[in-house]
Design a protein around this ligand. Structure first.
Ligand code: TIU
Length: 223
């Protein structure tokens, strides 16, 4: 077991690699590519692409260490039985969840748009958590999976910073996990919300967790 000290705000954090999982939130074509759910809500999806390379570098490094890597995907069953009406009713009617788009039905499990982008594709042995909500703990097996692996710390990456990353960090914090968020491995359609989201995590002595960047984690891993 190796113990890492990672430079972070509000203070450095010490983590044991075997008790730490890297969770990559929703790096799906539906959020990062034109014609998907993110675009249907009126967003410029190109803003998310800057998180891809840092995530890739981090994944390469943590995979080499044998750390647990978990991916999540937001999406719904084809019959929409797990999609609340309040969620489906958002956005222009022709572009709502379940409607056909260039990458298949929007935000529906099994459709091309629901898949993870090729650059960050999960390895065969990495768990993929399908989630109907914004948080990765709501209505999923994530907590029991982490408990089975005796995980105490999460490195949370992905999109979007203030929506699914933030909701997941809040859920994880209430369940007792220490959350470390590398800001350059996260992205938002709204840059000010990205900054504010990271600010909220580390404020008040780290009320939800720690904020760092991929370079600090890589340097902690290689020290
Ligand atoms: N709209 C938006 O910013 N995000 C989402 O709907 N889902 C995730 O963040 N994955």
């Amino acid at each position: 077991m190796s113990t890492l000290v990672i430079a972070a705000e509000p203070e450095p954090i010490m983590i044991e690699t075997e008790k730490t999982a890297v969770v990559i939130i929703d790096m799906q074509r539906d959020f990062l590519e034109p014609g998907g759910f993110g675009a249907s809500l009126g967003n410029d999806v190109a803003l998310l692409s800057r998180a891809v390379e840092p995530c890739k570098r981090l994944l390469d490094a943590v995979r080499a260490q044998g750390m647990l890597v978990i991916h999540t995907r937001e999406g719904h069953l084809p019959d929409l039985s797990d999609a609340p009406r309040a969620k489906v009713e958002r956005g222009a009617p022709s572009l709502r969840i379940g409607q056909p788009g260039p990458m298949g039905r929007i935000l529906i499990r099994g459709e091309p748009g629901h898949d993870i982008i090729p650059d960050l594709y999960p390895k065969a042995d990495e768990p993929v958590i399908d989630k109907p909500g914004k948080g990765a703990f709501y209505a999923t097996e994530l907590h029991s999976l982490l408990q089975r692996h005796a995980i105490e710390n999460l490195v949370v990456c992905g999109v979007t910073t203030e929506v699914c990353v933030h909701t997941t960090v809040r859920e994880a914090n209430d369940r007792g996990y220490r959350c470390l968020v590398p800001g350059d491995c996260c992205g938002s359609y709204i840059p000010a919300f990205h900054d504010a989201g990271l600010g909220m995590i580390k404020a008040q002595g780290g009320i939800f967790g720690w904020v760092t960047d991929s370079a600090a984690i890589l340097s902690g891993l290689h020290r």
